[in-house]
Design a protein around this ligand. Structure first.
Ligand code: IPM
Ligand code: MG
Length: 362
């Protein structure tokens, strides 16, 4: 298959981890006989510095024309000044919005080799394998807001419409049908009007899925249940802000943020009639370790596996990448974030090279 993949390095550790994911994609192309063209474009803080905007038009055009987009991470202390009119994060938000990537899939699967890397008790973590589907183009991220110009008053608006809720809940329900047929819908219906709409639309939509075991859970309780009984969850669907917060929490179930990939999908198809997708690790740009070559590239590499699966329809290839990551963890080589007693600590490039080698050998 031929495919164009846009690569957006971004800031901080972004370029370091996407470089490894790109190597892995190139190795997949070599081994399975595909032709991937990599198109590097700009986004985020560096783009503000060099091009005067966090999201250049060329990036949106390239992304729309591509099969898929692989993103590192954006942001850093250099661009944290609240008085700036453009911020690195706005680039990512605007890209998600302009491609209408309304569903953000964040699988949280504990690799058994990392059981003791988590701060949570092993017996609680046993069997954790969940998929969070986060609504990505609506809610409080995109509602009307007032900036704190007067340093006195500011607001954000959490607005949801029926179609926005319906489509993401149905996508989550379809995913649950392919998995363990359990779905938890998260809201704050005891307080927020937008959550009462969420619950009523979700309830209606889920009536079409009688095979699913459904629960509606308030977000505060969900934060607790994720730590108390994480293995009970299969698919979790949540609005934009709740999904953002819960997935950082859930990442600790997998040992490290450095392990978690994500896929953002919408209704837009690519040339191959598969969903155009944006693939990114859920971690940030980690300015504290940027440039040191110690960032964990596995979340980016696992994001490239999701890219192969969802936007290129290459299931066998995606599984090969996941198996290679598994084999590297078996070898006992770890970046510092997942280091454990008795394992060998290695840097970003070494891990990426090992995955590539594993792919070529197996
Ligand atoms: C994420 C990040 C982003 C978000 C930021 C960088 C805008 O936290 O992808 O989870 O809040 O969506
Ligand atoms: Mg986040």
């Amino acid at each position: 298959m031929d495919a164009t993949i846009v690569i957006l390095d971004g800031d901080g550790i972004g370029p370091e981890v996407t470089a490894e994911a790109k190597k892995v994609l190139a190795a997949v192309a070599g081994r399975f006989g595909h032709d991937f063209v990599f198109d590097h474009q700009q986004i985020g803080g560096r783009s503000i510095d060099e091009l005067g905007t966090s999201l250049p038009d060329e990036t949106v055009e390239a992304a729309s024309a591509a099969e898929a987009v692989l993103l590192g991470a954006v942001g850093g202390p250099k661009w944290d000044d609240p008085s700036l009119s453009d911020r690195p994060e706005q680039g990512v938000l605007a890209l998600r919005k302009s491609l209408d990537l309304f569903a953000n899939l964040r699988p949280v699967k504990l690799q058994p080799q990392l059981l003791s890397a988590s701060t949570i008790k092993e017996e609680t973590l046993e069997g954790v394998d969940l998929l969070v589907v986060r609504e990505l183009t609506g809610g409080i991220y995109f509602g009307e807001r007032k900036e704190p110009e007067d340093n006195f008053e500011a607001f954000d608006t959490m607005l949801y419409t029926r179609p926005e809720i319906d489509r993401v809940v149905r996508l989550a329900a379809d995913s649950a049908m392919d998995r363990n047929r359990r779905l938890a819908s998260v809201d704050k219906a005891n307080v927020l009007a937008s959550s009462r709409l969420w619950r009523s639309v979700a309830t209606e939509a889920l009536a079409d899925y009688p095979e699913l075991e459904v629960e509606h859970i308030l977000v505060d309780a969900m934060a607790m249940h994720l730590i108390r009984r994480p293995a009970d969850f299969d698919v979790v669907v949540a609005g934009n802000l709740f999904g953002d917060i819960l997935t950082d929490e859930a990442s600790m179930l997998a040992g490290s943020m450095g392990m978690l990939p994500s896929a953002s999908l919408g209704d837009v198809s690519n040339r191959h009639d598969l969903p155009l997708g944006l693939y990114e690790p859920i971690h940030g740009s980690a300015p504290d370790i940027a440039g040191r070559g110690i960032a964990n590239p596995l979340a980016a590499i696992l994001s490239s596996a999701m890219l192969l699966r969802h936007s290129l329809g290459l299931e066998k290839e995606a599984e090969a990448v996941e198996a290679a990551v598994d084999a590297i963890l078996d070898l006992g080589v770890r970046t510092p974030d997942i280091a454990q007693p008795g394992t060998e600590t290695a840097g970003t490039e070494v891990l990426g090279n090992l995955v590539v080698q594993e792919l070529s050998d197996s």
